[in-house]
Design a protein around this ligand. Structure first.
Ligand code: ATP
Length: 599
């Protein structure tokens, strides 16, 4: 397939912010794509080369990309940089430069194919070690030499990891369903395959080669992370048991880092909840798991929790948070803050996909597969339908340093990538007012004044609406930052700056700066209020009104979460409704039941 075709579609995607139009363009593109290229087309459209768990990302430094452009065109770097200052986008600058020298382009250049572009970008991605920079420049320049001006624009953006067409994985899945199965209805089964493999290219290829039947039979494979099942929340055990249908597995909810361990004789790979490869950061967990799993191959789901080396007590998550993303001084960290891996689920053994088996069976088999040691343990649990027994167990869990309980339905299958009522968390901090935190995505910012001049005064925060795949604003966050945090904000958000709200953002507020939704922050507020200023759940509770978090304060950065992992709009609506119910129960006069956000 010619790369030119892909570029035409990129152009039309860029010219609209309407999701339906975007999906239509993608459907047409996928229908025209030969099966041999479909995975590459999908990855390039997302501005990627591999699924994130491979850990190889495009992100060529601007300096090197400028050098490549200069090498390909003979135009001096200073001139390129001058134009770049005006456009702020090397892709656009590249297009300008190539357009201006049209007369000098080669007459008989080979048209670029998707395969050629992909494989060259792959080489750029993989080049490491001595001489890697020169190689990267050479590969990129070679590619540009054969490109048309518009192709140059997109090649440069992709190579820098800055394509940003506003297309998310879910839009790709919708388009695949329509293109190859004729209807969006099939998205769910295709999404399941994606959730089992985290590899959208593989899913697209399986669909084009084997049709929907191959997707229905899609199996878990070792080495490809399964997206984690997530939990809903309720505040009393009575409500939890009613929702789960009587009996449940009540387990300690450890306050650690979710880690999925893929164990095989050759290697042990650890994945985070966002499918990043954490193997190097947790060599102690790899070591601890070696020999404790009594089958050839297994995938375990669990929580990695720091312990006080002196007392053996469990410590809060923050203590291991530093290990994520840090390659250096891991040895020191391992020594200073040892961890225990608590396994709570078994998703695969020796070729058998256990995600389709009920929880009680997975849990029973987990016992026979894992040999407990001081560093690998099974999560504590009881099976019960007795509220007072579970309540007692809850207090024991809290006393021993966990956050509360995770109650699981015995007959539920593993719902990869889904937040549902089969797992319900019950945390110690729940009370009637909003004492539980929410995870929100930063989508914009307001300029700081006075003491905050030069940095941001507040961030515009949004919850995620998975049905529409958009982010809906829910509060302005300006409290809870240290001076140090504040000073760093413009630098942190610089790569995500954009001229207008991102196409996946719904807002009526006008911020001074807009960002691509990437950064997730954990936030606590006083309560959820009705607000005409925010779009979160607009009209769901009252016409013309959305919901807002009142008096929000920063708790911490959640860089282990992707924007799609943010608290959802429907969760916020549920929190609001539960809040109302509590007030009704407490018989507070009706006029106090309604809050409107203070200006
Ligand atoms: P929170 O911010 O409340 O920790 P979360 O948004 O990170 O929640 P949830 O799905 O809401 O994720 O809560 C489940 C999380 O609790 C899991 O992702 C996992 O990291 C952790 N956890 C601790 N103990 C268990 C357990 N026994 N079973 C399942 N998950 C557990």
């Amino acid at each position: 397939m010619l790369f030119r075709k892909l570029v035409e579609v990129f152009e039309s995607l860029e010219s609209t912010t309407k999701r339906l139009e975007m999906t239509d363009s993608l459907v047409m593109l996928f229908k025209e794509t030969p099966s041999s290229d479909i995975d590459k087309v999908v990855f390039l459209t997302l501005g990627e080369i591999y699924p994130p768990f491979i850990g190889l990302e495009l992100g060529l430094a601007e300096k090197l990309a400028v050098k490549a452009l200069s090498l390909a065109t003979g135009v001096k770097e200073e001139i390129i940089i001058e134009d770049l200052k005006k456009t702020g986008d090397l892709g656009q600058t590249g297009e300008n430069i190539f357009s201006n020298r049209k007369s000098r382009t080669l007459l008989f250049k080979e048209p670029l194919t998707v395969d050629k572009v992909y494989s060259t970008l792959e080489k750029i991605c993989k080049a490491t070690g001595k001489g890697a920079q020169e190689l990267k420049i050479k590969y990129l320049a070679g590619l540009l030499t054969n490109a048309e001006p518009k192709e140059v624009k997109y090649i440069l953006r992709i190579a820098q990891g800055r394509l940003r067409l506003g297309i998310a994985d879910m839009t790709i899945l919708d388009a695949l369903a329509i293109a190859f199965c004729g209807s969006k209805e099939y998205r769910e089964v295709i999404e399941r395959a994606y959730n089992l493999s985290s590899d959208i290219g593989l899913v697209a290829k399986t669909l084009t080669e084997g049709g929907i039947d191959a997707i229905k039979n899609f199996k878990v494979t070792i080495g490809k992370p399964i997206k984690p099942q997530l939990a809903e929340r309720l505040s009393t055990i009575e409500e939890i048991l009613e929702k789960i249908g009587g009996e449940c597995y009540a387990e300690y909810k450890y306050d650690g880092l979710r880690i999925q361990a893929h164990v095989s004789p050759d290697e042990i790979i650890l994945f985070s909840r966002r499918q990043e490869n954490l193997t190097e950061q947790f060599p102690d967990v790899v070591e601890a798991l070696r020999g404790t799993v009594k089958v050839r191959e297994a995938i375990l789901d669990g929580e990695c929790v720091p312990v006080d080396p002196n007392t053996g007590e469990l410590l809060p998550f923050q203590v291991v948070a530093h290990r994520r993303g840090r390659k250096y001084d891991v040895e020191k960290m391992v020594e200073e803050v040892p961890v225990i891996y608590f396994a709570f689920d078994l998703l695969y053994i020796d070729g058998e996909d256990l995600t389709v088996k009920p929880y009680f069976e997975r849990r029973e088999r987990l016992k026979t597969v894992v040999e407990e040691t001081s560093k690998v343990k099974l999560a504590e649990y009881i099976v019960s339908k007795d509220t007072s027994e579970i309540e007692k167990f809850f207090h024991k869990a809290v006393q021993e340093g966990s956050e509360g309980l995770l109650c699981k339905s015995p007959n539920s299958l593993y719902e990869a990538g889904k937040r549902g009522w089969a797992w319900i968390k019950w945390k110690r901090s729940y009370r009637s007012e909003m004492t539980d935190t929410v995870d929100l995505t930063v989508i914009g910012a307001f300029a700081g004044k006075g003491k905050r001049a030069g940095t941001y005064g507040a961030l515009l925060m949004a919850a995620y609406n998975p049905e529409e795949d958009v982010f809906e604003t829910v509060c302005k966050l300006g409290s809870g930052f240290t001076d140090e945090d504040l000073a760093k904000l413009p630098e942190i958000f610089k790569p995500y700056l954009r001229g207008e709200p991102h196409p996946r953002v719904k807002t009526v507020m006008k911020a001074d700066y807009w960002f691509t939704p990437v950064v997730v922050l954990e936030v606590i507020g006083d309560e959820i209020t009705l607000s005409p200023m925010h779009t979160c759940g607009m009209g769901a509770v009252r016409p013309g009104s959305g919901l807002a978090v009142r008096f929000p304060r920063l708790v911490r950065f959640r860089d282990d979460k992707s924007p799609e992992d943010s608290t959802t709009v429907s969760e916020i609506i549920d929190m609001y409704k539960r809040q109302l119910k509590k007030i009704e129960q407490a018989q507070i006069p009706p006029e106090e039941k309604e809050w409107v956000e203070s200006p």
